[in-house]
Structure formats: C-alpha cells, structure tokens
Design a protein around this ligand. Structure first.
Ligand SMILES: Nc1nc2c(ncn2[C@@H]2O[C@H](COP(=O)(O)OP(=O)(O)OP(=O)(O)O)[C@@H](O)[C@H]2O)c(=O)[nH]1
Ligand SMILES: [Mg+2]
Length: 226
C-alpha cells in the first residue's frame, strides 16, 4: 500500500510488548498500531505503511475487551496482514455502555498521559472535571488538567486554584492553545514515542492543542470529543 511508514519507536513500541512475542511469532509477522476503529475493520500505522485490517479471526469476539480499540497494538501476518495477536494493554480507558447492556465500551488503549481539557470561561465546571478524572484515574492513567483560553481572561488564578484543589496528584496548566510556546510546556509529556490524548467538551480547544503541538513533532493524539 502506498502510504506513509512509521518507525516502531515513533509509534511508541515498548519492551513489554516485545516480551509478549514467541520466537515463532517474531518470524511470522510485524507490529501495527491502531489509530482508528470502524464497525468491521481497524486502520493501523506500521513500518509497512498504513493498512486497513478486517475485524476477523482473533478480533471477531463477543467480548468487547478482546476487540481492538484506538491505541492498541496488533501483530499482523507478514503476507496476508491477518491479525495474529492483540497485545496486552498498558492502560485501557473504557466506560460502561448505556442502558441495560453491561458490556464496556472501549475508548482508547495504551495512553501514557491523558489531558482533561477545559477553558477559562463558562465551560469550566469542577464537577465535570471530577467525573473525567474519576474515569481516568480508575484506569491508572496519569492525568493533567489543561485550562485553555488563558489569554482571554484577566483572572487565570481562580481557575488554577479550583482545578488544583481537585486532586493533589493531577498537575494543572493554563495555556493559550494557539501559542507555539505550549510545545515547551507540554514537552515533559510528549517525548518521542509518548501517546497522549485529550478529553473535554466541544469547543474547549482539543483540536487546537493537537494542531499546535503537531506543528513541531509527530505524536499519536488520540483525540475524542466530549
Ligand atoms: N484565544 C484562544 N482561542 C482558543 C484557545 N483554544 C481554542 N481556541 C479557539 O476555540 C475554538 C474551538 O477550539 P477547538 O480546538 O475546535 O475545540 P475542540 O475541543 O476541538 O472542539 P470539538 O472538536 O467540537 O470537540 C477555535 O476557534 C479555537 O481557535 C485558546 O487557548 N485561546
Ligand atoms: Mg475538535
């Protein structure tokens, strides 16, 4: 397929993944990272380029956790690109499905840092931040609160104080998402191979943050709204 190729290092490959492979498997396939999920297939990035992988064989399961989600690592057969293995996840973000269905809905896998985004305006809501953080910290994913639109208020401190009081282990930063100096601010979480994601209401600046940060170097932002 004539698409962009990616090194394993920039995709975030880790020794704990290598350890999950037998010698036979090592010869038979290659690693690929899921960056989008569709009803019957997933889109992956790999050293062999971008591929579309049907959800068949090991991925065609009734157990939602046995299916692939964004951020997952797959081992694909060299010739057919059939999925051979779904790697164990380092982290998994999920929510319980609505209604009477007890099955979990997978949101994303293998996120290293999850940024909860709100803005220094009427979007700011401590209860909502607490709900997001409960979901994220239950999944043992390091979280950071990002307050955007700091350039549009004269009073950032009250927002920083309220957000900072929510959880002592969750750092809070206030930024102008349009300003390229945020690349410096985010550098401690966006080293090579790091997977980050943004969560937050519509209009808070998730896409803006992603675009400003991607101006500098490639990461895999698993961006999802609301
Ligand atoms: N001045 C200023 N504008 C911002 C900032 N962050 C976002 N914006 C603006 O706010 C608007 C919405 O930002 P988006 O990045 O599209 O918001 P989003 O979170 O991706 O929204 P959805 O995709 O709907 O979930 C855009 O017009 C941005 O330019 C900021 O820090 N400062
Ligand atoms: Mg957006």
């Amino acid at each position: 397929m004539n698409t962009k190729t990616f090194s394993l290092a920039e995709l975030g490959w880790r020794p704990m993944l290598q350890q999950q492979l037998s010698f036979e498997e090592l010869d038979s396939g290659f690693a690929a990272r899921v960056d989008a999920v569709f009803r019957d297939r997933v889109h992956v990035l790999s050293e062999q380029g971008e591929l579309s992988v049907p959800l068949m064989g090991i991925l065609d399961s009734d157990d939602p956790e046995a299916r692939a989600t964004t951020g997952d690592w797959l081992w694909l057969a060299n010739d057919t690109h059939r999925p051979i293995k779904l790697f164990e996840r380092n982290t998994l973000l999920k929510r319980t499905a609505a209604g009477t269905d007890p099955k979990a809905q997978l949101i994303a896998a293998n996120i290293d840092t999850l940024f909860v985004v709100s803005s220094c305006n009427l979007d700011f809501n401590v209860s909502r931040l607490e709900r997001y953080l409960a979901l994220i910290l239950a999944a043992h994913i390091p979280a950071v609160i990002v307050l955007t639109k700091a350039d549009q208020t004269d009073a950032v401190e009250p927002y920083l104080d309220q957000a900072g009081a929510i959880h002592r282990d969750v750092p809070v930063i206030a930024v102008n998402a349009l300003a390229s100096d945020i690349i410096e601010t985010f550098a401690q979480w966006t080293g090579s191979g790091q997977t980050i994601a943004f969560i937050g209401s519509s209009g808070v600046g998730k896409s803006t943050l992603t675009n400003t940060l991607l101006g500098q170097r490639f990461t895999i932002p698993v961006a999802f709204a609301r």
